[in-house]
Ligand binder design. Structure first.
Ligand SMILES: Nc1nc2c(ncn2[C@@H]2O[C@H](COP(=O)(O)OP(=O)(O)OP(=O)(O)O)[C@@H](O)[C@H]2O)c(=O)[nH]1
Ligand SMILES: [Mg+2]
Length: 455
């Protein structure tokens, strides 16, 4: 394979940055550009050791570095690799990378190192996909899940399903070869049982995807309420930072504001929205529509009400809209004198539990955080069971499930075996898109383009 090179560390200033090469010329390029102490060159006998020296181009020192030559196949890509630990920052890294490119390497595409690791059999496809998730994890839990997947746990589960499909295929062949009645009957029952087992394992995995989405993207938590009830103030307080503009003018927030907040192990994808009310203002109207749309997609709604004002039709309407959702009812501005008393509130909320807050005085916030955690853990977000976090894998699994359902129904209805075989082929082709056995260039392109350059 030709030799690729890239800066593998994040851009921006940093203590060190790494230029990485992989391919047949990686070590030759290392020999050319590196000069150790006492005019020594790169020592390839000392495989996988860090060597100290300089990158020197035409007698000019580009950087003082540590360099690690790694001969394949015991490397990430299974090819010869070279890693150069430079000073961080764009200039040093850029100069060293340029020199590598001028010496015969070409710039790596996004995810190309990992793509080679996959193509050379170092990782299966679900492991390669786990690498992106690992890098992008926003919480400890999501990270643990990706690590589990990188270690091959999910790959094994998919492999198991592929094996089960192969077994079904074997049973069909047996049936075609020995069409005597008694064998056929025996096989039919066995076939149906196995198909059912497979349906159940696929369904089990599909069911974990909801939790997977939350692990990956955070719990979509949307703050809604009428204008001026203190939504933006609440966002700022939970975030610990003045992110959203707060004024006493109703209708201050015009567009949704999104932030990530870590609450212990949980990640909340928090969205502050424009206050909901009927309005003729064109801009505000769009804002309100966005608020309602955000509410529709929320995993959790924080519904804010203002205790200092009496409730009106808009409040009633909001209460109706919240019906059937996962909601925490919050009554803010409880520091202000007067306002609604407990009786009024009980009367309004009926049997819905609500929490008194004062965002201004920071009262009730600890209970609010506790409640959020309670609600989220209730949905069984803990544990380290195998979880589908990848949307592509989920969609493929759904396709496999559809084919297996068709197979089961078909056999049950006595459809000819060669028709069943078509669905079986579809199912095998689909699962192959996850295990990597039937994956096309096109799919690979899409997967690896999600990566950053240098990984
Ligand atoms: N007394 C009191 N005032 C509060 C409290 N929380 C917020 N406020 C005030 O209420 C006003 C409105 O607060 P915002 O956070 O902008 O309200 P909002 O719901 O985001 O309003 P819109 O963006 O217009 O929908 C500001 O003057 C806040 O300082 C509270 O707990 N007590
Ligand atoms: Mg606001």
């Amino acid at each position: 394979m030709d030799t690729i090179a890239a800066i593998s560390t994040a851009t921006g200033p940093g203590g060190i940055g790494i230029v990485r090469l992989s391919g047949e010329d990686a070590l030759t390029i290392g020999k050319k550009i590196f000069q150790g102490i006492g005019q020594k060159g790169l020592n390839l006998e000392e495989n996988r050791t860090l060597q100290y020296g300089h990158i020197v181009r035409d007698g000019q020192v580009l950087d003082e570095v540590l360099i690690a030559p790694m001969a394949g196949p015991k490397t990430y890509t299974r090819e010869d690799m070279l890693e150069i630990y430079c000073h961080g920052g764009r200039i040093a890294l850029g100069r060293v990378l340029d020199y590598c490119l001028d010496s015969g390497a070409r710039l790596a595409e996004a995810g190309e190192f990992t793509r080679r690791a996959f193509l050379n059999g170092r990782l299966d496809l679900s492991q390669a996909e786990a690498v992106v998730d690992l890098i992008e994890s926003k919480s400890q839990e999501a990270y643990d899940q990706s690590l589990l997947q990188l270690e091959g746990a999910l790959g094994e589960a998919f492999q198991g399903m592929e094996d089960q499909l192969m077994e079904l295929s074997g049973l069909i062949v047996a049936n075609i070869d020995f069409p005597e009645d008694d064998i056929e009957e025996l096989n039919r029952e066995k076939f149906l049982n196995r198909a059912q087992d497979l349906q159940e394992s696929i369904q089990g995995l599909i069911k974990t995807a909801g939790r997977g989405k939350i692990l990956r993207d955070g719990i979509k938590t949307v703050i809604v309420g009428k204008p001026n009830v203190g939504k933006s103030s609440l966002l700022n307080l939970l975030l610990g930072q003045d992110r959203a503009i707060v004024t006493d003018i109703p209708g201050t927030t015009r567009d949704s504001i999104e932030e990530y907040i870590n609450l212990d192990d949980l990640v909340l994808h928090m969205i502050d929205t424009a206050g909901i009310r009927s309005t003729e203002d064109a801009v505000e109207k769009i804002g309100v529509e966005r608020s309602l749309a955000a509410m529709d997609q929320a995993d959790l709604v924080l519904a804010l009400f203002d205790r200092s004002q009496s409730f009106d039709g808009e409040d009633e309407k909001l209460l109706d809209r919240l019906e059937g959702r996962k909601v925490l009812y919050l009554v803010n501005k409880s520091d202000l004198p007067g306002g609604q008393n407990k009786e009024d509130l009980d009367d309004f909320f009926k049997d819905r539990p609500y929490l008194l807050l004062s965002v201004l005085k920071k009262e009730g916030i600890a209970s609010l955080e506790e409640k959020i955690k309670e609600i989220c853990y209730e949905g069984d977000l803990g544990g380290s069971d195998l979880t589908i976090t990848n949307l592509r894998q989920l969609n493929v699994l759904k396709r496999v499930k559809k084919s297996v359902d068709a197979i089961y129904e078909g056999v049950l209805a006595g459809v000819p075996m060669d028709c069943i075989e078509v669905d079986l082929r579809d199912a095998l082709d689909s699962i192959g898109e996850i295990t990597g056995k039937a994956v096309t260039e096109d799919i690979l392109d899409r997967i690896f383009h999600e990566f950053c350059i240098g990984k």
